[in-house]
Design a protein around this ligand. Structure first.
Ligand code: FE2
Length: 272
């Protein structure tokens, strides 16, 4: 675990689901994902300062290629903040681990003042849905148990790729975290989890579940429409989330999207 000395409040930026390719010209439903990430990172640079931690919550690559991960690292390197990442369903967790060797990028827990940020891997190589392996459930339990006995640690933010609460479109029924019951059974036994942060379903959500703030963040490329039965893209631009974590446990957060023009995508597509 790294101990970071953060600003007050703690300033976190989350980017998610960039879906980059080996070739920077690669497109996902006609959107150039490197170009859209570039726009989002430029917006972060223009808008944010004094960032304590940059979180990337999965689907870093669409093709799980070495080059795509290097493209990502190079793109976000302009942001002066430590990076932590977790894999999504399109990623290779093994390759990400190899690339992160010798750095803190793959580290799963970060302590910032009286907050703990815990990053859990929900990916299963080759599957769209997610599952927390026994080792991840153990890490969650051990971390929350240690937090419970630590008088200087008051709040936990848990980061995942997959949605632990069912998605809000018919086609999303089977794509989320399948062992959400085990996840919440552990969380329910402790009382310091304030927030669960995720990506995967490419949209902006901010709601309470079991007294815990749940936040889903838009992709840095294509956006999925909520409330539909079959897959549909939403005509809103990519973005990122900023989070301010206060010592009293409160959170100020919002999504910022790139503006001023519409990014091209295949809005008639029936799947991705
Ligand atoms: Fe994604």
């Amino acid at each position: 675990m790294t101990l970071l000395i953060p600003h007050n409040p703690i300033n976190i930026v989350q980017v998610t689901d960039p879906h980059l390719y080996k070739n920077a010209k690669g497109t996902l439903l006609r959107m150039n994902t490197q170009d859209s990430l570039d726009h989002v990172i430029k917006l972060v640079q223009e808008t944010e300062s004094d960032i304590d931690l940059l979180l990337a919550t999965g689907d870093i690559a669409q093709d799980a290629s070495l080059e795509a991960y290097h493209n990502f690292i190079r793109t976000v390197a302009v942001i002066d903040a430590p990076l932590r990442w977790i894999p999504g369903n399109h990623d290779s967790a093994t390759l990400m681990l190899e690339i992160a060797q010798g750095t803190d990028t793959g580290e799963k827990s970060v302590r910032l003042a009286n907050w703990l940020v815990l990053l859990l891997d929900t990916s299963i190589e080759g599957k769209v849905h997610g599952r927390l392996a026994e080792s991840e459930l153990e890490l969650l339990e051990e971390s929350l148990d240690a937090a419970q006995g630590d008088k200087d640690l008051d709040h936990c933010l848990i980061c995942l790729h997959h949605n632990p609460i069912p998605g809000n479109a018919g086609w999303m029924k089977d794509v989320g975290l399948v062992n959400d019951d085990q996840f919440f059974e552990i969380i329910d036994r402790f009382d310091k989890v304030n927030c669960i942060l995720y990506g995967h379903i490419h949209q902006d959500l901010d709601f309470m579940h079991k007294n815990i703030r749940c936040l889903c963040t838009p992709s840095t490329c294509i956006q999925f429409k909520a409330g539909v039965t079959n897959f549909e893209l939403d005509k809103v631009n990519p973005g990122y989330r900023s989070l301010k974590l206060f010592a009293d446990g409160s959170i100020e957060t919002g999504v910022r999207r790139v503006g001023g023009y519409a990014l091209e995508a295949d809005y008639a597509s029936k799947g991705y």
